[in-house]
Ligand binder design. Structure first.
Ligand code: GLU
Length: 289
């Protein structure tokens, strides 16, 4: 089994699946089946305040109804915080992390106007990058919550030194089978959050740890996560983790061109199911044959 390709669909159970998720899940599942690859589902539930088991159960029911099958058990990220903590320890030992106590409001107030990360959030202006050891201790003793940020200016040259080459990722076009090598530019994210204030992980950290521990060879996901691949490749390189192939698929948008989200209730699979749509209708609505 070891040389078999492995795909995954990794939703966050913080709401109901909608047509956009159906596209993503079917896209990955179809590609895996066409290649005789394994297919896994992973619940990205590190946001323990917003994720719920009821959503997870509904998601699995919708996916089975759509015709997907997957290996058991389904990995839940909330059951692996210890693993993420160990990985944080490695990055910390490399001198690449620092605590940041700033709130979103502090960051927005100090950010340079017009300087945003690829998701459109204000670029972190380095507020707590140079706190003294004493100041950090004082704030920790006072119980102030803190995130851990990646020291980008140190991380990028270190990754380069370790790998001996420029940071890139490989994007596979499933239509042609062609693979394009893309230059990764993690600096445009600024000092990204690697562990959130409430949990010892972030999306970027847990996704690369899990893709490696589950032996994922093909990461398929929406185009909205294309730029995040820069940080994922940086972390994989620093931690000596394998490099998967990436395929970022088109997104489903509403009439105003906005990406479908939980707020588009009429596009929820549970609603469409209840209204009498069948799996073939969902495929058609998602633009899949
Ligand atoms: N959990 C992410 C989402 O629901 C997907 C992560 C990934 O595929 O890398 O958007």
């Amino acid at each position: 089994m070891t040389d078999q390709d492995v795909f995954r669909f990794a939703p966050s159970p913080n709401g109901h699946l909608h047509l956009g998720h159906a596209l993503s899940a079917l896209f990955s599942h179809d590609m895996a089946r066409a290649m005789g690859a394994r297919f896994l589902i992973r619940m990205e539930d590190i946001d323990i305040a917003r994720c719920r088991r009821e959503y997870e159960a509904q998601m699995l029911s919708d996916l089975a109804w759509l015709g997907l099958s997957w290996e058991q058990p389904v990995r839940r990220q909330s059951e692996h915080f210890e693993t993420y903590e160990k990985t944080l320890g490695k990055l910390d030992a490399m001198g690449l992390l620092y605590p940041c106590f700033a709130s979103r409001r502090d960051i927005a107030a100090h950010a340079a106007p017009g300087q945003n990360d690829p998701d459109g959030a204000p670029l972190y202006p380095g507020l707590h990058k140079s706190l003294t050891r004493e100041e950090v201790q004082r704030r920790k003793d006072a119980g102030e919550p803190f995130a851990l940020r990646l020291h980008m200016e140190k991380a990028i040259p270190l990754a380069r030194e370790q790998s001996g080459k420029a940071l890139t990722f490989c994007e596979l076009d499933p239509e042609s089978g062609g693979v394009e090598t893309i230059a990764a530019d993690p600096a445009r994210w600024g000092d990204a959050v690697i562990a959130r204030k409430e949990v010892p992980a972030s999306y970027h950290l847990s996704v690369i740890v899990d893709d490696a521990s589950q032996g994922i060879t093909h990461v398929t996901r929406g185009r909205d996560l294309y730029a995040a691949t820069d940080i994922h490749r940086l972390l994989q390189t620093l931690l000596g983790l394998p490099e998967p192939l990436y395929t970022h698929h088109r997104l489903l948008c509403d009439a105003k061109g906005r990406k479908l989200s939980k707020s588009h209730k009429d596009k929820a699979l549970a609603r469409l199911r209840a209204d009498g749509a069948g799996p073939a209708d969902i495929r058609r609505m998602a633009g899949l044959s």
